[in-house]
Design a protein around this ligand. Structure first.
Ligand SMILES: Nc1ncnc2c1ncn2[C@@H]1O[C@H](COP(=O)(O)OP(=O)(O)OP(=O)(O)O)[C@@H](O)[C@H]1O
Ligand SMILES: [Mg+2]
Length: 226
């Protein structure tokens, strides 16, 4: 716990850009007009992951991305509003809001002129999630290395599996050196699903950049090859 509270001196160059096989999976899928659903337990980093993926794809892959906010608490909308007020570049980025049902329709139309559509979902939506999961090409689940997140993730994984969807777990807000990482990997293995090779640490810069209507991608000076 206390290890997660510390801010990291390396904040200006976090590891998130190395999405490893996330990029591979997404790039293959986007050739077929992908629609990614970011879903998972409360507060695991769905919104943060959705915008960081979007901006990383734009900056490093020159892709056209649409993000859809289906969460009534509208944190993605807040982020986009600050961004627009600050006149930050939104080239190649489209932002929409929709209900979970509406997102299915919205994403179909956005797919026509975007490479990837990313849908950010609200927490606790297991049963409501079904139609969106069924329409998704990839179900991306951020989770922390914590038993509480294991318990909360199982139901979503079950629905996604029944719908025969590609599932990718991103471990977020976790310390690579924590003993819980191997437990998390065991948990992921036990579900027989994919996870990215990258573990995203607990870094203040994620929270700070979001508050400025930005992402770490835009703050990052160095570029890094995948
Ligand atoms: N890797 C990270 N390091 C530090 N803070 C993070 C990280 N990822 C997310 N956060 C912070 O954790 C909090 C929750 O993140 P976020 O809002 O993205 O999660 P969420 O899953 O979308 O939450 P909700 O379920 O409420 O929609 C935010 O304050 C965010 O800034
Ligand atoms: Mg959210």
């Amino acid at each position: 716990m206390e290890e997660q509270e510390k801010s990291d001196p390396e904040d200006n160059f976090p590891e998130f850009l190395d999405w490893s096989n996330a990029i591979e999976v997404l790039e293959k899928a986007h050739e077929q007009g992908i629609f990614v659903l970011v879903i998972g337990p409360k507060g695991t980093g769905k919104t943060t992951l959705a915008v960081h993926l979007a901006l990383a794809f734009i900056k490093y892959h020159n892709l056209k991305i649409a993000i859809i906010d289906t969460d009534p608490q509208g944190s993605l909308g807040q982020w986009f509003m600050i961004r627009s007020e600050k006149k930050l570049s939104n080239g190649n980025l489209t932002f929409k809001t929709a209900s979970l049902w509406g997102a299915q329709y919205e994403s179909k139309s956005l797919k026509k002129d975007h490479d990837i559509v990313i849908i950010d979902t609200p927490p606790k939506i297991e049963s409501d999630a079904r139609p969106s999961i069924e329409a998704a090409d990839l179900v991306l689940i951020p989770m922390a290395a914590s038993h509480v997140d294991f318990w909360a993730t199982g139901a979503i994984v079950e629905i996604a599996k029944k719908a025969n969807k590609k599932i990718l777990v991103q471990i977020n807000r976790s310390n690579q050196r924590s003993k819980l990482i191997s437990k998390t990997n065991d948990f992921i293995k036990s579900l027989d699903i994919l996870s990215t090779k990258t573990i995203i640490g607990h870094r203040q810069i994620y929270a700070a950049s979001m508050g400025e209507g930005k992402t770490v991608v835009e703050k990052q000076r160095k570029s890094k090859a995948y």
